[in-house]
Design a protein around this ligand. Sequence first.
Ligand SMILES: Cc1cc2nc3c(=O)[nH]c(=O)nc-3n(C[C@H](O)[C@H](O)[C@H](O)COP(=O)(O)O)c2cc1C
Length: 205
Amino acid sequence: MPKVIVFFAHPRPHRSEINLPLFETARSIEGVTAVDLYADYPDFSIDIDREQDRLRAHEVIVFQHPLYWYSAPALMKEWLDLVLEHGFAYGHEGKALHGKIFLNAVTTGAKQDAYSQTGMNHAELRSLLGPFEKTADLCGMRYLAPFALFGAGRALEESRLESHRLGYEKLLKALVSGRLDLQKAAAAPVLSGELESFLLTGEAV
Ligand SMILES: Cc1cc2nc3c(=O)[nH]c(=O)nc-3n(C[C@H](O)[C@H](O)[C@H](O)COP(=O)(O)O)c2cc1C
């Protein structure tokens, strides 16, 4: 069974309405290692060896974070800059991540229609997260479409949080059991709480 690790980044978790409950869900799933990066490294002093060992020990890597300025909170970028070293993650000898799966589980303040060619951002979420996809590509990982909750600021009052939380649970369990249709999930523009069509039927792979 693939081992899944969720790296969570939120600089103010006590003010998080959405990501914190999602992370608690990740924490509760057997077979998922849940890492709170800001709790582990409040001073940004990242233990590179520990993080590389964590990566070696897992086959699926999830970055869970709110979208901040079209990217992730700063510690996540620091983590990428320091942990994905030459000779480990890329370069002639750098094959530690080859064949692993990577995805962003992200929440956005703006509504879904803002993330389209004709919307406010004139781009899809997946293309705005391009630096993560390119990083995954360069390191030989398979990038899946982002699992996204749009319009996060109104998700609670519009009763959208619970279905998204259940979708996240389903996604992580499907990754742990090998029941996610990786080809389909890699090709999609975005993954949402409606996961049924991305699940394989029959025997786990
Ligand atoms: C510093 C900062 C930058 C943000 N940048 C974006 C952004 O680029 N696009 C967007 O849609 N929302 C943006 N937001 C809104 C957050 O994505 C939103 O508040 C978050 O997903 C809600 O999740 P939470 O309740 O876990 O904090 C930003 C919020 C902050 C505080």
